[in-house]
Design a protein around this ligand. Structure first.
Ligand code: 13P
Length: 242
């Protein structure tokens, strides 16, 4: 006696394969949205980017200009090619305009192999300190060993220049030389990293350092650690990972 006919289970519906770039766009939008919850930003202030190759072209994905992050979707993120010699301005690809600060994002990827993500915010304690003449002159000194997390014995403050200009990019790159974070006078801060996660974590750390330094200043002013100790800590950070 023949048994019941074999039942072939239905094919699972075909899911469209999510392009890798969309996953990176989503990570960028998620990181941008997380900034206000972390107390690092508000509204459309600040901007974020990641290095992203398309085909053979080196480039970056960057948040759009002037769009509050809670309204930003992955389709608002803009791709730009790197033009290392800056023979002309890169042509952005997207339905929005790229962040007005695309110059320092672009220039960091063009000049620094160790940078694959950039976070710029107007975090309140960083910004308040970046308005003080002493901080504009000397940066954040070695008042706490975690200053070394940015790669040196202090965290420099780039001189003021109008937002979105090449002058601001030039100042920022000079302040970030050999470092992963800096303050921007009368403006905010920049943190960079080999991953978006690392740049974001450093941005959080820098805002904590700024808040703590402001507190120490208000209590009479901190002492600082000697240069040889900071050199030891910088060395230890080279190996500090989970
Ligand atoms: P965008 O909205 O153009 O990114 O500018 C915000 C900002 O923080 C400028 O420094």
């Amino acid at each position: 006696v023949a048994g019941p006919p074999a039942v072939t289970p239905p094919e699972p519906p075909e899911l469209p394969e999510r392009p890798a770039e969309d996953a990176v766009r989503l990570a960028l939008v998620d990181a941008a949205r997380s900034l206000s919850g972390l107390g690092l930003n508000h509204g459309s202030a600040g901007n974020l980017s990641v290095r992203w190759h398309r085909g053979g072209a080196d480039g970056l994905l960057i948040t759009p200009s002037a769009l509050p992050y809670d309204r930003c979707t992955i389709d608002d993120v803009v791709w730009m090619p790197l033009v290392p010699d800056r023979s002309g301005d890169p042509r952005p690809d997207g339905r929005r305009r790229p962040s007005s600060e695309w110059r320092f994002h672009h220039d960091l990827y063009a000049r620094r192999d160790d940078v694959d993500a950039v976070v710029h915010t107007h975090a309140p304690h960083c910004t308040a300190l970046a308005c003080l003449p002493s901080v504009q002159r000397d940066g954040l000194p070695a008042f706490h060993y975690m200053v070394a997390a940015a790669g040196g014995a202090d965290i420099r403050c780039a001189p003021y220049a109008t937002f979105g200009t090449q002058a601001l990019s030039d100042h920022a790159l000079a302040a970030l030389r050999g470092r992963r974070a800096c303050l921007l006078a009368h403006h905010g801060m920049i943190a960079v990293g080999a991953t978006l996660e690392a740049a974001l974590a450093l941005a959080v750390e820098l805002e904590w350092l700024a808040r703590t330094y402001a507190l120490a200043l208000s209590l009479g002013g901190p002492a600082t650690l000697p240069a040889d100790e900071m050199a030891r800590v910088v060395e230890r950070f080279r190996d500090y990972r989970p």
